[in-house]
Write a protein that binds this ligand. Structure first.
Ligand code: SF4
Length: 539
C-alpha cells in the first residue's frame, strides 16, 4: 500500500499517544483516499479513535494506508456508497481476512461497519460483518470501543454476545432469518438465543454540538474544504426521503456552542467552507449565520452549500453565496407537478420555485441546479408534462440563469413510508421523455442512470440472501447485466430480481429490517404511506 500524503494534512484535533496494551484498530474507507477523507463521518470516527490512548488506529483506503500493524484486533469500515462493497471485499482479501464472519476465527480481527448505507439496510451485507453500528457515532462509538477494550482477552463468541447487549450494536450472526420458501419473502427474523435482544434500536444523539472536519487536506475531493454540520435530519419528511426519516428528529447545531467556534477554528487554516446537512437553510438561526459569514474577515472565504429547501432561497442567501465565490445553488423540487409533490409530501408551491429562481438571479448567482425524480408512485405522463412546463416557465422568469435539471428514478428506501413501493419500470421511458422535451428547449438535462437506480433499489430492499449474489457479481462487473446474470445462476434458490426491485410489497408482510428499529415505528410509516393517497390515483 502506498503511504498517505500525511505531510499535507492539517489536523484540527490532538491525536493521543497510545498507552499500555492498546487495541490495534484499522479503520478503512473502501474507496480512494480523496473520497474517504472528504467524508465528514469518516473523519469524525477516525478522530474519535485517535483521541483514545487505549486505541492504536491506522487508516486504510483502496489506494493507500498508514503503516498497518502486524496483527490487528479490529478492522472497521465506513460505507457511504452502496457499490463500495466491492472494494470492501477486495480489502478483506488483501488483508487475508475471510469474507464472511462465520469463517473468521480467533486469528482474525473483529470486522465492524457503520455509515449511511449500513444504517439504512445492513441485511445484504450482514454476512461480511461481525458487528454493525446503527445510529449516531456520538452516542455509539465510545460505548462500542469501551466494550471492546474491556473484552480484549475474551473469546470471539463471548465478545459478540456481549456486544449484542450494547444499544445500537447489531451482531448479524446472532439473528436467524427464515423465509417463505427459497423464493418467498422473509417470514421471521429472530435472535438465536433467548438472552439476545429481539430488536436493535438505532441510536440517536440529542446534543446540539454537531460534527465538524477534523482534518483539512488539498487531496480531498473538494480541495482544502473544511466542513461543518449545520443541521441533522430534516423536518419536512418527504415520504421517500431517507435523509429525513432515518435520522429524525431534526436537530440544528447551536450557533454559539457549535457552529461559530467550529467555523472560526476551520477558517484559521483554510478559506473553503462547506455547510452540510440535509436541509441547511432550515436552521432556525440561518439568517444570523449568514450575517456572521458576511463579516469582512471572511471576505475571501469560499462557501459551498449542500442542497437547500426551495422556499428558503432568498436574495440575501443568493447574495451571500455570490459574495463567497459560489456561482450556483441546488434545490430539490422532485417534480414540476404539484400533485406529485403532494404525494411525496413536499410542501412546495410552483410559485415558490419560480420565486427561488428569480431570487437566485437577483442575488447574482449565474446557475441553478434542480433535482427531481421520475417514476414516483402515482405519477402519470401529465405530471411529466408539467415538469417540462415548469422548467420553461423558470427559463422565462429568470432569463440568463443557467438551469440544470438532474433527474433520478424513484428508489424505495428502508424505514421510509415509500419502502413498500417497487421501482416503476416506466421510469426509464419517462427519463427519455424528459430528455427529449427539455434538451430540445435548451435546458441542461442530466438523468441519473435508470440501471443504477435498479441496483440501488436491489441493495436498498435486499435481505441476507443477497450476500451470495453480491459476492458473485463483483467478479462480473458493476453493470445491471452482471446482477441479472448472477440472479439467473441463483434461479430457484432466491427470489428473482423483480421481487426485490419492482414488486410493490404488502403492507403487512415482514420486512428484512423489521428487527432493526429506526426513529419511527412501522405503524407510523404505514400511516404516512396511507396518507399519500396513491391507491386512489390511477397510475
Ligand atoms: S426537504 Fe429534502 S431533505 Fe427534507 S425531507 Fe424533503 S427531500 Fe428530504
Amino acid at each position: 500500500m502506498a503511504p498517505l500524503p500525511l505531510q499535507d494534512e492539517i489536523l484540527l484535533f490532538e491525536p493521543v499517544a497510545t498507552q499500555g496494551e492498546a487495541l490495534s484498530v484499522v479503520f478503512a474507507f473502501p474507496n480512494q483516499y480523496s473520497v474517504g477523507i472528504t467524508s465528514l463521518g469518516y473523519q469524525v470516527v477516525w478522530a474519535t479513535l485517535a483521541r483514545r490512548a487505549d486505541i492504536d488506529v491506522s487508516r486504510l483506503f483502496t489506494d493507500g494506508s498508514e503503516p498497518l500493524p502486524s496483527t490487528m484486533d479490529v478492522l472497521g469500515f465506513s460505507i457511504s456508497w452502496e457499490l463500495d462493497y466491492v472494494n470492501l471485499l477486495t480489502l478483506l482479501e488483501q488483508l487475508n481476512v475471510p469474507l464472511k464472519g462465520c469463517d473468521r476465527t480467533a486469528d482474525h480481527p473483529l470486522v465492524f461497519g457503520g455509515g449511511p448505507v449500513l444504517t439504512a439496510n445492513p441485511e445484504p451485507f450482514a454476512d461480511f460483518f461481525d458487528v454493525i453500528l446503527l445510529g449516531d457515532g456520538e452516542t455509539l462509538l465510545d460505548d462500542f470501543v469501551d466494550a471492546l477494550v474491556e473484552l480484549k482477552s475474551a473469546s470471539r463468541a463471548e465478545t459478540l454476545r456481549h456486544l449484542a447487549q450494547v444499544p445500537g450494536i447489531y451482531v448479524p450472526a446472532l439473528y436467524a432469518v427464515t423465509y417463505d420458501g427459497p423464493t418467498g419473502g422473509v417470514r421471521a427474523i429472530e435472535p438465536i438465543e433467548a438472552d439476545i435482544p429481539a430488536t436493535v434500536q438505532k441510536q440517536t444523539y440529542r446534543g446540539n454540538v454537531l460534527s465538524a472536519s477534523t482534518v483539512v487536506t488539498p487531496h480531498a475531493a473538494w480541495e482544502n474544504i473544511y466542513m461543518v454540520e449545520v443541521v441533522r435530519s430534516c423536518p419536512e419528511m418527504c415520504r421517500f426521503c431517507l435523509a429525513s426519516y432515518l435520522t429524525l428528529p431534526f436537530r440544528p447545531a447551536s450557533l454559539e456552542d457549535s457552529l461559530m467556534p467550529a467555523i472560526e477554528q476551520g477558517l484559521a487554516v483554510t478559506s473553503r467552507l462547506g455547510l452540510l446537512g440535509a436541509s441547511v437553510t432550515q436552521h432556525p438561526e440561518f439568517d444570523t449565520l449568514l450575517d456572521y459569514l458576511n463579516r469582512p474577515q471572511f471576505d475571501d472565504v469560499r462557501v459551498s452549500l449542500s442542497s437547500v429547501r426551495t422556499n428558503t432561497v432568498t436574495p440575501k442567501l443568493a447574495a451571500t453565496l455570490t459574495r463567497h465565490d459560489s456561482r450556483s445553488i441546488t434545490i430539490a423540487i422532485e417534480s414540476g407537478s404539484e400533485r406529485v409533490r403532494n404525494i411525496v409530501n413536499k410542501k412546495l408551491a410552483t410559485d415558490d420555485i419560480e420565486q427561488a429562481a428569480v431570487n437566485a438571479k437577483a442575488g447574482g448567482l449565474s446557475a441553478m441546479k434542480l433535482y427531481g425524480m421520475a417514476g414516483v408512485p402515482g405519477e402519470t405522463m401529465a405530471d411529466l408534462e408539467q415538469t417540462v412546463a415548469l422548467l420553461l416557465r423558470l427559463k422565462k422568469a429568470a432569463p440568463g440563469l443557467r438551469l440544470t435539471f438532474g433527474c433520478s428514478t424513484f428508489v424505495p428506501k428502508a424505514h421510509t413510508p415509500f419502502q413498500w413501493y417497487g421501482v416503476n419500470k416506466a421510469a426509464e421511458k419517462r427519463l427519455k421523455y424528459l430528455q427529449k422535451h427539455l434538451r430540445s428547449q435548451g435546458i441542461d438535462f442530466r438523468p441519473e442512470s435508470y440501471n443504477w437506480s435498479v441496483i440501488q433499489a436491489l441493495i436498498s430492499r435486499g435481505d441476507r440472501r443477497l450476500g451470495a449474489v453480491l459476492e458473485r457479481v463483483r467478479h462480473y462487473g458493476d453493470t445491471l447485466g452482471s446482477y441479472r446474470r448472477a440472479f439467473k445462476e441463483f434461479q430457484g434458490q432466491i427470489p428473482p430480481l423483480e421481487y426485490y426491485v419492482h414488486a410493490d410489497w404488502e403492507l403487512g408482510q415482514p420486512l428484512p429490517w423489521d428487527h432493526l428499529l429506526g426513529p419511527l415505528p412501522k405503524v407510523t410509516l404505514q400511516k404516512h404511506f396511507d396518507s399519500a393517497g396513491v391507491d386512489a390515483i390511477a397510475v
